[in-house]
Design a protein around this ligand. Structure first.
Ligand code: PLP
Length: 626
């Protein structure tokens, strides 16, 4: 657990058992927890025909996070003596999958947890899922008349829909639609805060943020609503500092600034009553509990207390009634519940390859003999010098090869000698008093490549697009020391399809400790905390499609229900996404086969076999199948 920091980032949900397997630990009805081996869950899925790669969704963790956020706000409200309630909403864009949204709605029902929609499609998803008159639906994003009309009709049915004005032009549309439909709309307004936050996803804060109204536009909107006698419809103030805000100071500064706006809108005569802080509640991906980009320097309880206290601190002094507190936490709600499991197909080592004729003789080129001497004379005291020599002689042999002066076999021997020297230097680095600058990258340069049965582009898009790091850990064999050090390459043919940044105890690491593969045995890794943003942002690079998905629920007796499953895209599926027509493709291939029969190259029976192979491939998984 220490080596991979499981207990640091696992938030109490992930741990190890005595057999060296990662367990998922979920709250049970008796107030205790139940732990189940992830290896057992994975094997159960594979036995059911859901092979690797497999996205595992643990429903209990989704329920637990929804409850935790609501309960934590509940405790903060009670302990601070706050005079209103918390109403969370889940932003659908963070994970739009129907099964996830349905589960959040189910788990959120006792807490009146609602949904946030940023588009017409998401509003329809929200309206078709929520069944709780107390829950809110917050509509952000650009809204056309159709979007607004749909929201107004839903309001007629008793659904609490709020339109958050993101741009000045939307006010007019909302007024026009509401007057035509004769519905008093619930209007919110998104403001641009001057506070700018740290972290990766901070472009939504500060003066140049794309969304939201500045103070001048806000006042123009208030006047416009007043002219239409609709100030009583302006009920909500919204802001969003950005996702994954690592520093609690930024959270507090944002609340304080927003409360100033809130109090002044009340002063202007707006009805108000709701303060929506947006998202930003961070996930501690690297377990460092710091204000690093992939971490956070606060607990959930601290976040809730700080928010409640900051609101009270500002509004009490202005004599303004406490509003309903809304947050749109997405990442923190869903990140823990999904784990991407995948197998390792093969490895490459940067070590000498066993060759039949390796002995360097008098007949070999002098450069080879020099290289052999350099490789034989390495000590902890001459690492830099030895490395320079080995590199020089290896490069000389390479250039001799280009000029036809050494044979391919001699070059192979030289490459082997160089790797032998470099590996020896690497092992001696630990003994060196000081590691020369040139050699600092050696462990990374000589690390293994583990070929993983995934597409980073499809399953972990933030990893290649914005250098996000996720905890990546084998889910078994923790009772053995991982003796290899590796980077991961995926199965797309793209040099960006690799993972070479991993969470570390101090800072990101460039290699990951792993176990050597064992003949005939699966080696399964998990990328954890991937429930937020990854699924729909993924793409079809090299036509690797959606992976298999399985939802599991761990029961109070420790048994596991495989509650839902979705088989990943077939090859026919992904081809049809890019406008191929599988039936026409089959016809084309059939004609090739028929012509081959006619030409006498294959028999009709062989044709049958060949077409069978073709159709089986078409309906197969896009990933490596064992
Ligand atoms: N609300 C809005 C308006 C957003 O743009 C986002 C995402 O950036 C969120 C909520 C969710 O943020 P998070 O996942 O950090 O909770």
């Amino acid at each position: 657990a220490e080596l991979y920091g499981i207990r640091n980032w696992g938030a109490g949900y992930f741990d190890l058992n005595d057999s060296g397997e990662i367990t998922v630990k979920v709250p049970a009805g008796d107030g205790e927890t139940r732990a189940v081996s992830m290896m057992e869950i994975a094997q159960g899925a594979m036995e059911r025909g859901l092979g690797m790669p497999l996205l595992l969704r643990i429903e209990n963790l989704l329920d637990a996070q929804v409850a935790l956020i609501n309960e934590s706000f509940g405790r903060a409200i009670e302990s601070c003596g706050y005079n209103n309630v918390f109403r969370g909403v889940f932003p659908i864009k963070v994970n739009q999958q129907c099964q996830v949204i349905e589960e959040i709605a189910r788990a959120g029902h006792p807490f009146n947890h609602g949904l946030e929609a940023g588009s017409k499609a998401e509003l329809i998803a929200a309206l078709s899922t929520l069944d709780n008159a107390e829950s809110l639906i917050i509509c952000n994003g650009y809204k056309d008349e159709e979007f607004i009309n749909l929201g107004l009709q839903a309001q007629r049915l008793g659904v609490q829909v709020f339109f958050v004005v993101e741009t000045p032009s939307e006010v007019e549309t909302i007024i026009t639609c509401a007057e035509r439909e004769q519905v008093r709309p619930n209007i919110g307004v998104r403001i641009k805060l001057a506070s700018k936050v740290g972290g990766y996803w901070n472009a939504t804060s500060g003066d140049r943020s794309i969304f939201g109204l500045g103070s001048n536009d806000l006042i123009a909107m208030v006047d416009q609503l007043r002219r239409h006698d609709m100030l009583d419809c302006l009920k909500l103030l919204h802001y969003h500092l950005g996702s994954q805000v690592p520093n609690i100071r930024d959270i507090r500064t944002g609340v304080l600034e927003a409360c100033r706006y809130y109090a002044d809108l009340v002063e202007e005569g707006a009805a108000m009553g709701y303060l929506d802080l947006g998202g930003g509640l961070a996930v501690d991906y690297d377990g460092s509990k710091t204000n690093y980009t992939h971490s956070k320097n606060y607990s959930l309880d601290e976040y809730c207390v700080d928010v409640v206290e900051a609101i009270m601190g500002t509004l009490d002094s202005e004599g303004v009634a406490h509003p309903v507190i809304i947050t749109e936490s997405g990442r923190a709600t869903v990140a823990y519940s999904s784990v991407l499991l995948f197998d390792i197909l093969d490895t490459t080592r940067f070590e000498p390859v066993e060759l039949e004729h390796t002995k360097i003789t008098e007949d070999d080129h002098p450069m080879l003999r020099n290289l052999q001497d350099a490789a034989g004379n390495i000590t902890a005291k001459n690492l830099q010098e030895s490395y320079n020599d080995a590199l020089y002689y290896r490069d000389e042999v390479r250039s001799l090869y280009l000029h036809g002066q050494v044979s391919l076999r001699e070059r192979a021997n030289a490459e082997n000698l160089f790797l032998q020297a470099a590996q020896k230097i690497r092992t001696l680095l630990d003994e060196a008093e000081e590691i020369p600058v040139d050699l600092q990258a050696l462990p990374e340069v000589l690390s293994d490549i583990y070929y993983a049965n995934i597409s980073v582009f499809q399953s972990l898009p933030d990893m290649w697009a914005i250098d996000q790091v996720f905890p990546l850990v084998p889910i078994h064999r923790h009772d053995e020391a991982p003796t290899r050090s590796a980077i991961i390459a995926d199965i797309t043919c793209d040099c960006d399809g690799k993972i070479d940044r991993f969470i570390g105890r101090q800072e990101e690491q460039k290699t990951l400790p792993l176990h050597p593969l064992r003949e005939g045995e699966d080696y399964i890794l998990g990328t954890f905390l991937v429930g937020a943003y990854q699924e729909t942002l993924g793409d079809l690079h090299n036509l690797f499609g959606d992976t298999n998905v399985v939802n599991v629920r761990i029961n109070d007796d420790g048994s596991v229900d495989y509650s839902r499953e979705i088989h990943g895209d077939s090859i026919a599926d992904v081809l049809s996404y890019v406008e191929y027509r599988p039936q026409d493709m089959f016809e084309h291939f059939r004609k090739l086969a028929e012509r081959a029969v006619k030409d006498g190259r294959i028999s009709p029976q062989q044709r049958k076999q060949i077409l069978h192979t073709y159709t089986a491939s078409m309906s197969g998984y896009t990933y490596f199948e064992k």
